[in-house]
Design a protein around this ligand. Structure first.
Ligand SMILES: Cc1ncc(COP(=O)(O)O)c(C=O)c1O
Length: 402
């Protein structure tokens, strides 16, 4: 007997989770592994945010809330979009869910018919294609190579659109690449999209604040206001306020789309837990200084990793423009032989070698649809990153020539 529905047969478990599990298993055997697999800020959630959750629970905010989220939180999200992105949305045009991931899941669940296509510029966040497939859609994954800064270009977008295209996903700064789009680049994509009215745009802006070298963030909504009634602007508190485990994401979009998403939400999880919504409210309305502090730390670590990788023959890394990952090119290692005599045939073999010989957990580029690369998270201390680079360097040095 099979416990599993047919729809799950095409879905892979999260690759970054799998890498973390492998690292944990090695640790349990006493091996000292550095886990650079998962992407979570290593800072504590600001104290006033934690306090707000306690206070809300003590004050009786312990009941179900409206599915879309409390009015106070939706108003705070609308104010955030106005303040930081220059976008005009009312509280009725905002939804809150258990993380940006659930926002995306609800949106796909609410809109995809069998065979509808979602364009996922590649490399993509690992969950996008799996969610699309789980919900009966077809991922379309145009390559956005390093030479183009991992960015989708108008010609590549145009070539990927078909009459079945339901969604274009954008993610900026991007996971895993850190790529960011300028106003002009977004407008050029918008000009293509204007010709294809069947396409909805999901702009995942969860790493908005983790942006380096003085770059200014431009929301898709800001760049292409003429596409407002087809755009879902997705964000959340996880990365900006070190709140991954609190599970609060939010989005702004056209009312009919949000209504359909709320139907999914109300018939599944009902709402986000009330004290977590109070915490997100405190994050969005309280002191914002943690954002700049985190950004400074992530920029320093980015520099540390870029400088370190530059000293390792066979690896390549252009400075990521945002987010807290390094998507490291490893073409120079493919075909080399490990001290045990195995040939590194692809980036999965490279990460396997780094794990067993270098005691570094990294995620292969295959998981993000673009090889040969591997992703490390830079959301860990400078000391750990320095040690990680030294281990990668030693492991690479131990390889024999092709
Ligand atoms: C691009 C992207 N979107 C969404 C998420 C998840 O956000 P949340 O924790 O709010 O569900 C992640 C987390 O890694 C991500 O990288």
């Amino acid at each position: 007997m099979s416990y599993v529905a047919d729809r799950l047969a095409v879905v892979k478990p999260s690759a970054s989770m799998a890498v973390s599990m492998a690292a944990k298993a090695l640790r349990a055997q006493g091996v000292d592994v550095i886990d650079l697999g998962l992407g979570e800020p290593d800072f504590p959630t600001p104290a006033h945010v934690v306090e707000a959750a306690f206070k809300a629970a003590a004050a009786g905010e312990t009941l179900y809330t409206a599915s879309a989220g409390t009015l106070a939180l939706r108003a705070a999200v609308a104010a955030k979009f106005k303040r930081e992105n220059g976008l005009d949305y009312t509280a009725d045009e905002i939804v809150v869910a258990n993380g940006a991931k659930q926002i995306i899941f609800n949106a796909l669940m609410a809109t995809l018919n069998a065979g509808d296509e979602a364009i996922l510029p590649t490399p993509y966040f690992v969950s996008y294609p799996e969610m699309v497939k789980l919900l009966g859609g077809t991922p379309v994954m145009p390559a956005c190579p390093a030479e183009n800064g991992f960015r989708l270009t108008p010609d590549v977008l145009e070539a990927a659109i078909t009459p079945r295209t339901k969604w274009l996903f954008l993610n900026m700064p991007g996971n895993p690449s850190g790529a960011v789009y300028t106003l002009a680049e977004l407008q050029a994509l918008g000009a293509v999209l204007a010709k294809h009215p069947q396409v909805l745009i999901l702009s995942d802006e969860i790493y908005e604040h983790i942006l380096f070298d003085g770059r200014q963030f431009v929301s898709f909504g800001q760049a292409c206001p003429e596409l407002r009634d087809r755009s879902l602007i997705v964000n959340g508190v996880a990365k900006a306020y070190a709140m991954t485990g609190w599970r609060v994401g939010y989005a702004a979009g056209p009312a009919p789309l949000l209504k359909a998403m709320n139907t999914v939400q109300s018939q599944s999880v009902t709402s986000v837990a009330a004290p977590m919504q109070a915490a997100a409210l405190a994050a969005l309305t309280g002191p914002q200084d943690c954002i700049a502090q985190f950004r400074t730390a992530f920029a320093r670590r980015r520099d540390l990793v870029v400088a370190g990788v530059a000293t390792i023959p066979g690896l390549s890394l252009a400075p990521p423009e945002g987010a807290f990952y390094a998507y490291i090119g490893c073409a120079g290692l493919i075909g080399k032989r490990t001290p045990k005599g195995e040939v590194l045939t692809d980036d999965t073999a490279v990460t396997q070698y780094l794990l067993t010989e270098g005691r570094i957990a990294a995620v292969p580029g295959a998981a993000y649809g673009l090889s040969p690369f591997f992703r490390i998270s830079t959301a860990t201390s400078d000391t750990v990153l320095t040690e990680a680079i030294a281990r990668i360097k030693a492991a690479v040095a131990a390889l024999e020539a092709k």
